[in-house]
Design a protein around this ligand. Structure first.
Ligand SMILES: *[C@@H]1O[C@H](CO)[C@@H](O)[C@H](O)[C@H]1NC(C)=O
Ligand SMILES: *[C@@H]1O[C@H](CO)[C@@H](O)[C@H](O)[C@H]1NC(C)=O
Ligand SMILES: *[C@@H]1O[C@H](CO)[C@@H](O)[C@H](O)[C@H]1NC(C)=O
Length: 615
């Protein structure tokens, strides 16, 4: 097994290449084990932002502030490649509303300023008819989906697609309005506003309508199931039905299933997987906010809380990655004012976790302000990427930090060829043992490497969640410092717990208290061993020559130093953020191992190799 592995992979791995990952994915998407990949088998990491369209006016937010196309390009400029568009199926209990235009709908809600804004920024949609609705009572919801095609999809999907932004449709609520509560009648199959048969019908219609819109890459069946009626049996019954219905109507889209308890719990899948007639299209989703855990982050010892919360999230959902399913973190986010201590503390822990697992995700939320939310006109969204008037970013610092997660740590190019090769091998091999071996090899590669030893051989980077930066070397004499993860130093974290710069004899060493960590070549002393300690496992601890314990830290200039370890006791006041690091597997190229021209050669070789095998 191991020999086979090296025999096939080494010639490819040995050639490091750089290729930009920013180019648009070849659609449609599918799944390879826990990864989402594009049509050519390259990884397509979803780095999305939620764009709500599910509130009372049922029009994507912000169109009174800016042209849809401009928002779409700014989404790309901010480094996102996809949008989770949330929309209510509807719930107009009022037939009179059926023939309203966008203009009238805003007018009825008294949103005159928004109308003026729409007139200037998106004049082409303002007189489109909002809904040519069917009869629509809560319990007998039917919507003329053309409403959605006209308004949201012409103006918004069209503009997103033009800019190569992928779109995930999320059936957020039945009744338009702010989501969610246990008592809003939208919570679970059988609730007042949630008739399962109509739900299947609605899903089928939407999937059908967009089956020729390639940028609609995924459909999530239902946001945040919840409430007193929720139960596992109905979950399997209806989710499997819904998934089959969507797939039958549009086999191109990824089908995203959410769990129970506001999308926090998928633990039931540990014992019983979903049973579907199709494969390579199934994704699970999870939501995780600071407030999901109450005030725990603010009131508890942060190392302890982080360890516990991550552990619980792994038990409730994270285990799905090991089972070979992608897990899409479709909502997370923080108060962008930076004053919410609970959120700030949660974010650092979350960032370490999400980076380590290299998850697909969608930030909540793009909105700077809502036309109308919970009765407030121009409701200021403190979690918003945009500021109130949508003309700038609310908090550059926080957004910049989160943008570290946009970059895939595990790559995407060459792997597809290896995969195809193994598939072909298993299909042509007559010997069952060989078939099994190539299957095993395939799943091993997928699990350990991600879809693609694209750019560099597997190595480790040292990630600093608080800043969203990585440890970087300027030269062999300068101190180590933090820098963008795209320029991260490539390390090897050995079983002896040394951190060695890949391809050299230099290892990371603790020197003196409060002084820079150094690079040295004698790596057998305790001062060269680094262990992930504390409940959070995010402190990297070593020993000084006198035997005292220190932890890796940063100074005010972002240089890497060693200090006394912080917050290891039960103290809840203290914030260990500056000392939190994660050693993360990566196959992405760092700054100085770029051999771009090799990439095409490798592709050519592997193509020829495959061609000869498929004969
Ligand atoms: C229907 O909507 C119209 C216009 O908004 C309103 O005047 C009317 O009262 C509504 N009727 C019902 C039954 O809600
Ligand atoms: C969305 O979910 C609601 C259930 O609350 C259902 O009535 C509706 O048909 C669904 N629509 C789509 C398009 O999935
Ligand atoms: C952005 O967030 C940081 C905390 O990360 C905070 O210190 C800063 O004041 C915030 N800036 C703005 C403009 O809100």
């Amino acid at each position: 097994m191991v020999n086979l592995f090296y025999f096939f992979l080494f010639p490819l791995l040995a050639l490091s290449t750089t290729t930009t990952t920013s180019s648009a994915a070849a659609l449609p998407l599918s799944t390879e084990s826990r990864w989402i990949v594009d049509e050519s088998g390259h990884r397509a990491k979803l780095a999305c932002v939620n764009w709500p369209s599910h509130l009372e006016v049922m029009v994507a937010e912000g169109l009174s502030k800016k042209p849809a196309e401009q928002i779409s390009s700014e989404i790309i400029d901010l480094g996102f490649n996809c949008v989770r568009l949330t929309w209510p199926l509807f719930l107009f209990t009022n037939d009179t509303l059926a023939s309203l235009t966008v203009r009238q709908s805003f007018k009825n809600l008294g949103l005159f300023e928004a109308i003026a804004g729409l007139q200037i920024n998106n004049p082409s949609i303002i007189d489109l008819s909002l809904i040519n609705a069917y009869k629509s009572r809560c319990t007998a919801q039917m919507i003329n989906i053309h409403l959605v095609t006209n308004v949201i999809f012409q103006a918004v999907v069209g503009s997103l697609a033009k800019k190569n932004v992928m779109i995930i449709l999320d059936n957020h609520t039945s009744k338009p309005g702010w989501c969610c509560s246990n008592f809003d009648g939208n919570g679970f199959f059988g609730d007042v506003c949630f008739n399962p048969d109509l739900w299947i019908k609605g899903l089928t219609r939407v999937a059908t309508i967009f089956n020729d819109t390639p940028y609609v890459v995924a459909m999530s069946l239902r946001n945040e199931l919840r409430g007193s009626r929720q139960n596992v049996d109905d979950w399997y019954r209806y989710m499997q039905k819904g998934a089959e219905a969507v797939h039958a109507a549009n086999p191109n889209v990824l089908v995203i299933l959410s769990g129970l308890n506001y999308d926090r719990d998928l633990s039931f899948l540990l014992k019983k997987p979903v049973s579907l007639s199709f494969s390579n299209k199934l994704v699970f989703e999870l939501h995780w906010y600071g407030f999901s855990d109450g005030e725990a982050w603010e009131n508890g010892n942060l190392n302890q809380v982080c360890g516990e919360r991550v552990g619980e999230t792994m038990r409730k959902a994270g285990f799905l990655l090991d089972q070979g399913y992608p897990l899409f973190l479709s909502e997370f986010g923080v108060d962008m004012r930076g004053t919410n201590v609970n959120d700030n503390r949660y974010l650092n822990c979350f960032m370490g976790w999400a980076a380590e697992l290299d998850l697909d995700w969608a930030l909540w939320v793009l909105t700077g302000s809502y036309y109308l939310r919970e009765g407030v006109v121009g409701f200021d969204e403190t979690y918003g990427v945009y500021n109130w008037n949508w003309c700038g970013v609310r908090n550059q610092t926080i957004l910049h930090k989160i943008s570290a997660l946009q970059y895939p740590f595990k790559g995407n190019i060459i792997f597809s060829y290896i995969c195809q090769f193994l598939r072909i091998l298993s299909s042509v091999a007559s010997h069952t043992c060989l078939i099994q071996q190539s299957h095993e090899l395939l799943s091993f590669v997928l699990k350990t490497a991600g879809p693609g030893y694209s750019e560099a051989r597997l190595h480790q980077v040292i990630f600093h969640p608080m800043t969203g930066l990585c440890v970087k070397r300027l030269s062999l004499v300068d101190p180590l410092a933090l820098g963008p993860c795209s320029e991260a130093e490539a390390w090897t974290y050995t079983p002896q717990k040394t951190l060695t710069i890949k391809g050299t004899y230099f290892c990371l060493q603790a020197d003196k208290l409060g002084k820079p960590a150094k690079l040295g070549v004698i790596c057998s002393y305790a001062s060269s061993k680094w262990e992930a300690i504390s409940d959070s496992k995010m402190h990297l601890s070593s020993k000084l020559q006198d035997g005292s314990d220190v932890c890796l830290d940063i100074d005010s200039d972002n240089n890497i130093v060693t200090n006394n370890c912080k917050c290891l006791d039960k103290n809840s006041r203290c914030d260990p953020g500056s000392q939190w690091f994660k050693i993360i597997d990566s196959t992405r190229c760092g700054a100085d191992n770029s051999l771009p021209e090799i990439s095409s050669i490798v592709k050519l070789i592997s193509k020829n190799l495959l061609a000869s095998f498929s004969l």
